[in-house]
Design a protein around this ligand. Sequence first.
Ligand code: GDP
Ligand code: MN
Length: 380
Amino acid sequence: MDLFEYQGKQYFARYGIAVSPGDIADTVDQAVAVAERVGYPVVVKAQVKVGGRGKAGGVKLAANVEEVRLHAGNILGLDIKGHVVRRLWIERSSDIAKEYYASFTLDRLNKVHLGMLSAQGGVEIEVVAEENPEAIAFLSIDPVHGLDLATARRWVNEAELDEVAREQAATLLVHLYECYTHGDCDLAEINPLILTPDNKVHALDAKVTLDENASFRHPEWEEFRATEFDDPREKMAKEKGLNYIGLDGTVGIIANGAGLAMSTLDVVNQVGGTAANFLDIGGGANADVMAAALEVINADPKVKAIFVNIFGGITRVDDVAHGVLEALGRVSIASPIVLRLDGTNAVEGRAILAPHLSASLITEPTMMDAARRAVSLAKA
Ligand code: GDP
Ligand code: MN
């Protein structure tokens, strides 16, 4: 689960990481109230789960009440890379002497934690990595040993942070590592981590991804979950226990297994179509799961055709076929359904469906054929 910046900062604060005082606002009047409380100048910041808000006009300094009204009014409702701004974070503006970058994430290949630190923050780290790779100090951290202060001190030296920032930054990095590990993050990133003209180091931005596999030990994540869904389709899918991600295309997709679901998106793209979603029904292709999957996809007004791609392994295709028929008895589906059924008991499965086939329930022998058919139906 990705957090909004303001939630990430709340999370950081629990681990003793310095952030600017501020509060959220959902209206222009609320924004003014927060600004009056925290004191001018303030920064008005769009809360969307996507980077590059600054460049998109979603981060503005305001020196007085008129400027808060102006910027809050402009930023609320702004579309930033497909994310519409519904909430602002207003915080006391900081003076910036230097912008650094710091993050922890998992190095899956080497089975260690990976810290990245750079004296060249503020810009996207991918850009730094491309244009000036030696400006990033990488640190591999054995999860058993963790990150101690002595190592953090060597790291800030290696990254050549300004002398006055080093001790504070080292302490902050140890706290950030605590947040990342004990806080069960997949990613904890601060960009920019700033040095102020009066030599204070603190986090000006927060990008946090929580590891959902650890949610059982974090009942406090519920408050974050309440704001999780910008997308009503994803909310509906979550309520039905489905592994669904909404996309913008016209071909609804149901597949068993994440790998097959991703390949299905690729094949749809390859034959000139666009996927409306990712949906992995896993091993549970029974009628309940199939009905839930079809309902979620059916509720998406952009969907013009549905591609059900099942490769039976442990999941048996005859079970899937029964599931599809039972689901169709329960929900009425607006778009034609194209099925590709292969693997365990595929022959039996196709035989079960055979008497029910029509212009709106179609089977195709291969994944490629099914993709072509679904895409052409979506364009018809
Ligand atoms: P992002 O563009 O989504 O990464 O949003 P950030 O929170 O990183 O803000 C973008 C940029 O706005 C930062 O790199 C800063 O240069 C600038 N900015 C953000 N907060 C402040 C602030 O308090 N004071 C000043 N002077 N600039 C700020
Ligand atoms: Mn940033």
